[in-house]
Design a binder for this molecule. Structure first.
Ligand SMILES: Cc1cc2nc3c(=O)[nH]c(=O)nc-3n(C[C@H](O)[C@H](O)[C@H](O)COP(=O)(O)OP(=O)(O)OC[C@H]3O[C@@H](n4cnc5c(N)ncnc54)[C@H](O)[C@@H]3O)c2cc1C
Ligand code: FES
Length: 250
């Protein structure tokens, strides 16, 4: 567990902010799709999980919107305030296997793991196409990385009208993150896609069983240990709540 001072905050879309913190051990170890569990003085009893958005030198960043009490408090933090940071946690995306092209598909706050996914895919020798969708142009994250970038908006105000899933080309490797209903659509189209699933979380370390992900073969996994990245076809999407924060705000 790391005492991580806040080092910066910037806005990247309407209501969407990036918070930076100094966390050297996590910055050097984190892989795309892994997350940190964050607490702070005066914060909620349970830590809050966030994908690592960027890792550079001794610093990591997370991206968030205020969807409730905890995220609202986080956005009020100032440079120098301290976060208690647990991580990197969970199992990230896999980029082995000699594939030549990766398509990253993100909806709304689903951008969260994609900068690192672009980094890791490139390091594995892949060409990266990033497809990012949101309800409207103002909600598209302004920061992007990819050899090709495709935008999609539900209202057609920027890029391809419609969803990011519909706008995306096929590829050997497909990575997706966003509202669970978007991931269910991705699973229909690309059963082999790797998807970062959102659940409720408590401990973040495999103990409380509060992060159950229903599986197609029956039974449950722990998103914080066996996930949060899954093969799309393995998740029982109908049994997974679709009302979680990404779904509300994306
Ligand atoms: C692996 C993982 C990675 C995540 N990465 C990001 C990210 O990069 N950026 C981001 O903005 N959000 C991310 N989230 C979601 C984020 O953790 C929740 O939005 C946050 O916990 C809500 O806290 P709150 O106190 O603001 O909300 P609350 O006031 O507690 O509740 C607001 C809403 O959030 C739901 N909620 C509360 N606690 C959790 C929880 N621990 N997990 C899921 N839903 C919860 C409630 O049911 C309610 O619908 C991630 C979640 C997981 C599981
Ligand atoms: S959050 Fe406690 S077991 Fe996963």
């Amino acid at each position: 567990m790391l005492d991580a001072p806040v080092t910066g905050k910037r806005q990247v879309a309407r209501g969407m902010f990036v918070i930076g913190m100094r966390a050297p051990e996590i910055a050097s170890a984190v892989r795309a799709g892994q997350f940190v569990n964050l607490g702070w003085s005066g914060g909620p009893l349970l830590r809050r999980p966030f994908s690592v958005y960027r890792a550079e030198g001794e610093h990591i960043e997370v991206v968030l919107k205020a969807v409730g009490g905890g995220t609202g408090q986080m956005l009020a933090l100032e440079v120098g305030d301290r976060l208690s940071c647990l991580g990197p946690l969970g199992r990230g995306f896999e980029f082995g296997g000699g594939a030549r092209e990766a398509v990253l598909v993100s909806g709304g706050l689903g951008v969260a793991p994609m900068l690192l996914a672009a980094r890791d895919a490139r390091a594995a020798g892949m060409k990266v196409t990033w497809v990012h969708g949101a309800r409207t142009a103002a909600e598209l994250c302004a920061e992007k990385d990819g050899d090709a970038v495709i935008w999609a908006t539900d209202d057609g105000s920027q890029g391809t009208p419609g969803t990011a899933v519909a706008a995306a080309p096929d590829a050997d490797v497909v990575i997706a993150c966003g509202p669970n209903r978007m991931l269910a659509a991705a699973a229909e189209r690309w059963p082999e896609a790797q998807v970062a699933v959102e659940t409720y979380m408590g401990c973040g370390t495999g103990v409380c069983l509060g992060c159950a992900v229903p599986l197609k073969r029956g039974g449950y996994d722990r998103a914080c240990k066996e996930g949060p990245v899954y093969r799309a076809a393995d998740v029982d999407w109908g049994a997974l709540p679709s009302h979680l924060p990404y779904a509300v705000v994306a």
